[in-house]
Design a protein around this ligand. Structure first.
Ligand code: AHM
Ligand code: MG
Length: 336
């Protein structure tokens, strides 16, 4: 039973028994994410102070400029998960290929793989706007004790056993689910402890916020354009309000608390949108559904999509249930 003010450490221990495959392994995994999150948080908070920001001079697999803190966060999460021998494989948005952990060790019995976007929205760092870490956990499908394979990572979102994010915002929060609702923990930076501050988080069924990059408007499908116009119309509880941080974790977090929809549709420039199915959309979709919201590609449930590649992109509509369903209605009516 979630109690406000409980520490994350206490919460993990108390809830371990209620997890159906309990062996302590998932608890250790969440614990190491908690640890890495604190280390990354410390670094993100100093970004304006020290000469750590700025492009590292490398581009990631998607051809985008990689910033130093992305590299730092990527290294920290990977190090924490591998050094402590907690998972059997890791895939990261910042890495071209997945990482096999400890395949040499015959006694290696770990069964979880982690997929991670170590620092999402990183173009916001230089301007002191919130960024986040997103993670997703699956049980491997290949036999324990052998090196993980691509198929262990290319599982449908509906197979996730845990997912969450860390938002490095005005406060730093860790929000996660193991399939039994969503709980949010706020870091007390003075003592480095996360406390349960937001038990059982839920999207309001309806909302009044829409979050989309309207700069891309002319490139959007007609269904999206019509839905945006619907949001802006003067009728009933409309017009809605537009809020777009450009940091998925922060936009999602606000919409979950206040009620809203986040959209990153396809466009004539990006035929599958921008967001990655495995590192961004599936974990957020799992959280959304666990928080009584909804996540779709405009037509179908995100978590039912069979992934075919690690860095696959997909259109994303996520948030309050009634809003996502309304957007889907427009997509269907005006499908091209
Ligand atoms: P990133 O993984 O390169 O940081 O990109 C993901 C981010 C999301 O957090 C955010 O919602 C979106 O990109 C914003 O994109 P845009 O600037 O095209 O609106
Ligand atoms: Mg990202």
């Amino acid at each position: 039973m979630a109690k406000k003010n409980q520490t994350l450490g206490e919460f993990i221990i108390e809830n371990q028994a209620s997890f159906k495959y309990t062996s302590g392994e998932l608890s250790r995994l969440i614990n190491s994410i908690r640890l890495a999150a604190k280390v990354v948080n410390h670094e993100v908070n100093k970004a304006g102070l020290v000469d750590i920001i700025g492009a590292a001079g490398e581009t990631n697999i998607q051809g985008e400029d990689q910033q130093k803190l992305d590299v730092y966060a990527n290294d920290k999460f990977i190090q924490t998960l591998t050094n402590r021998n907690i998972v059997c494989g890791i895939a990261s948005e910042e890495e071209d290929d997945f990482i096999i952990v400890n395949s040499q060790d015959e006694n290696h019995q770990n069964k979880y793989v982690v997929l991670i976007d170590p620092l999402d929205g990183s173009s916001n760092i230089d301007v002191n706007v919130s960024v986040g870490t997103i993670f997703s956990v699956y049980r491997r499908i290949t036999p324990v004790g052998t090196p993980v394979k691509l198929e262990d990572f290319l599982q449908k979102g509906s197979e996730q056993v845990a997912a969450g994010y860390v938002v490095y915002g005005t406060s730093t929060m860790l929000v996660y689910t193991t399939g039994d609702g969503v709980n949010g923990f706020t870091l007390n930076p003075a003592i480095g402890t996360f406390y349960l501050s937001h038990p059982n988080m839920q999207f309001p069924e309806d909302g009044k916020i829409y979050s989309v990059n309207e700069g891309n408007y002319i490139h959007f499908p007609i269904g999206v354009k019509k839905y945006i116009k619907y949001c802006q119309e003067e009728e009933g509880d409309r017009p809605y309000t537009s809020r777009y941080i450009g940091s998925l974790v922060s936009d999602f977090h606000r919409n979950m608390i206040k009620g809203g929809i986040y959209m990153y549709p396809k466009s004539s420039k990006n035929s599958n949108g921008k967001l990655r199915l495995l590192y961004e959309c599936n974990p957020m979709a799992f959280l959304a559904e666990q928080a009584k919201g909804k996540a779709s590609d405009g037509f179908n449930r995100i978590m039912d999509v069979q992934p075919t590649e690690l860095h696959q992109r997909i259109p994303f509509f996520c948030g309050s249930k009634n809003m996502v369903e309304k957007a889907e209605e427009f997509m269907k009516e005006y499908s091209e």
